[in-house]
Design a protein around this ligand. Structure first.
Ligand SMILES: [Zn+2]
Length: 367
C-alpha cells in the first residue's frame, strides 16, 4: 500500500523529500479508496459477474463461472486482445492524450455503446458511436484487487512475464482502464451521465455510488499516475482510438491479410450495400470530371493541348477500370470471408446437432 502524508496531497508545490509519499512497490495494488463506502468489517461480497465467456480452444467459446478460476477470469476480462500486438502502430489511430470527458462526447453527438471487451474500450466509429466498457464492480474493490492483482514478493514483472504468478500486465491494464474513467468522469455532469448510462456499478440497494467517494477515488488514482506513470499500460496513453484506422492496421499487419479488427457488417447484403454506397459517390465524382473534360475537349484552346489530351486519356481509362477493379475487390473480399466462415458454420452446426443429441439423451426420462 502507499501511505500518503497530508503534505504530499498539497499541490502544486512538492513537499520536501523526507515528507513525500513512499513510492509504491511496483508489484502491489496501489489504490485503497472504496467507492462503495463500506467499512472493513462489512466484507467485500462477490463483485464478480454471474458468468463469463472464454475460448477453451480456438473457435470454441464456452461459458464459465468466474469464481472457479479467478486468475483465468481476470486474464479474459483484462485482455487487450489484438491491440497488444499493435502498440507501436497505435499512433495512427489516436493522439497521445487523456480521455475526453463524457459530456463532451455527448455534445459531439457520439452515441455511447456499452461493451464488455477491454480491447474495444474507447474505440469510436466514424458513424458517431463510441464503445465504452462499463466499470466492473470487482475493479472498484480494493480488497479484491489487492488479493488478485498483486504480484508475489520479488516478482520482476517482466514484459512478457516469465513468472507465471506475475500479475503485472493485468494490473497495468486495470489501472490504465480506471485512469481513463477518471478522465471520462471529471465533473458531476460526467458522473450523472455515467450513472444514467450504467457505466458505473451501483450499491447493493441499487443506489448510485456517492460523488464524494468517486472524487476521493479519482484523486488517489491521479496522484498514483503522477507519481509513477509506468503503472498504467501504454495502450491507455492514447485514450480514444479511431476504429477505421485500427481496422486498417489490422488488415496490413496481421495474417491472414485483409481482415478488419471488427466486422462492421453482419450479412453479405450489408457488406455489398455499404461498399456500393461509397462506389456510387465515387462514380458521381468521376462523371462530373469526365463531363468537364468533354466540355474542355470541345473548346478550341484545349483541343490542341497535348497535356490535356493525355490527362483526359489517362482519366478516361481510370474511370473505366477503377469501378470494375473496386467492385472486383469487394467480391473477392466477400468470397474470402465466405471461405473463412464456412468451416465454422459447418462444424458449428454439427456441434450444435451433437449437443442437441446429447441434451435429448440426458433429458429422456430414465425407465
Ligand atoms: Zn509481477
Amino acid at each position: 500500500m502507499c501511505p500518503l502524508s497530508p503534505e504530499s496531497r498539497r499541490r502544486p508545490s512538492l513537499p520536501p523529500m523526507s515528507h513525500m509519499a513512499m513510492p509504491c512497490p511496483l508489484g502491489q495494488w496501489p489504490l485503497k479508496t472504496d467507492v462503495f463506502g463500506r467499512r472493513q468489517e462489512e466484507g467485500v461480497g462477490d463483485g464478480l459477474p454471474a458468468v463469463y465467456r472464454y475460448y477453451a480452444a480456438p473457435g470454441k467459446r464456452v461459458v464459465g463461472n468466474p469464481a472457479d478460476d479467478i486468475p483465468a477470469f481476470l486474464g479474459t476480462q483484462l485482455s487487450l486482445g489484438g491491440l497488444a500486438d499493435m502498440l507501436k502502430h497505435l499512433w495512427l489511430a489516436g493522439a497521445e492524450r487523456p480521455a475526453t470527458p463524457l459530456h463532451l462526447h455527448v455534445a459531439l453527438g457520439r452515441q455511447i455503446a456499452i461493451v464488455d471487451r477491454m480491447d474495444l474500450h474507447l474505440l469510436w466509429y466514424n458513424k458517431g458511436r463510441l464503445f465504452v466498457k462499463s466499470v466492473p464492480r470487482f475493479l472498484l474493490d480494493p480488497t479484491f484487487c489487492s488479493s488478485n492483482l498483486q504480484c508475489p514478493d520479488g516478482c520482476a514483472c517482466d514484459d512478457p512475464p516469465t513468472d507465471t504468478w506475475c500479475r503485472g500486465i493485468e494490473r497495468k491494464v486495470a489501472l490504465g482502464f480506471l485512469y481513463t474513467y477518471v478522465c471520462l468522469i471529471s465533473s458531476e455532469t460526467d458522473f450523472h451521465i455515467a450513472n444514467e448510462t450504467r457505466l458505473l456499478p451501483r450499491n447493493q440497494d441499487d443506489s448510485p455510488i456517492k460523488w464524494t467517494d468517486w472524487k476521493a477515488f479519482a484523486r488517489e488514482l491521479v496522484e498514483m499516475h503522477d507519481r509513477n506513470p509506468d503503472m498504467v499500460h501504454p495502450r491507455f496513453l492514447r485514450a480514444e482510438l479511431r476504429l477505421s484506422r485500427i481496422d486498417a492496421i489490422h488488415r496490413l499487419t496481421r495474417l491472414p491479410p485483409f481482415r478488419p479488427y471488427i466486422r462492421g457488417w453482419r450479412s453479405y447484403s450489408t457488406l455489398f450495400r455499404d461498399n456500393l454506397a461509397w462506389m456510387a459517390t465515387a462514380a458521381v465524382f468521376l462523371a462530373l470530371v469526365l463531363t468537364a473534360m468533354q466540355v474542355g475537349l470541345a473548346t478550341q484552346r484545349l483541343q490542341n493541348n497535348i497535356t490535356f489530351q493525355q490527362a483526359s486519356y489517362g482519366f478516361t481509362v481510370f474511370a473505366i477500370l477503377g469501378p470494375i477493379c473496386a467492385f472486383g475487390l469487394v467480391v473477392l473480399g466477400a468470397l474470402f470471408n465466405l471461405v473463412i466462415d464456412l468451416p465454422a458454420a459447418v462444424f458449428g452446426r454439427r456441434r450444435n446437432r451433437a449437443a442437441r443429441g446429447t441434451w435429448g439423451q440426458v433429458s429422456q426420462p430414465t425407465p
